[in-house]
Design a protein around this ligand. Structure first.
Ligand code: ZN
Length: 82
């Protein structure tokens, strides 16, 4: 039996090849014709128009993730004191 389209395993295997939507910054599969988040059509490679913006956004996301983690850890420490 031959599969017509990519199986979930295939999608997972190629999930490394992700890019970021130039419009909303959502992480999307590089080969996706359009962004599933905002519906913007992707012409060619993602991030081709505003790589600096995308990089800045990614840094911001990492910062937010770290701050959230620190905040959560701090909250746990406070709860442990009382
Ligand atoms: Zn988008």
């Amino acid at each position: 039996m031959i599969d017509e389209g990519p199986s979930p395993e295939d999608v997972r295997r190629f999930s490394d090849e992700t890019g970021y939507c130039p419009a909303c910054g959502a992480e999307i599969w590089d080969a996706a014709p359009r962004c599933p988040e905002c519906g913007r059509w992707i012409d060619g490679a993602t991030e081709s128009q505003h790589p600096e913006q995308a990089a800045a956004r990614r840094k911001m996301m990492a910062l937010i993730a770290i701050l959230t983690l620190l905040g959560f850890t701090g909250l746990l420490a406070i709860l442990r004191i009382f």
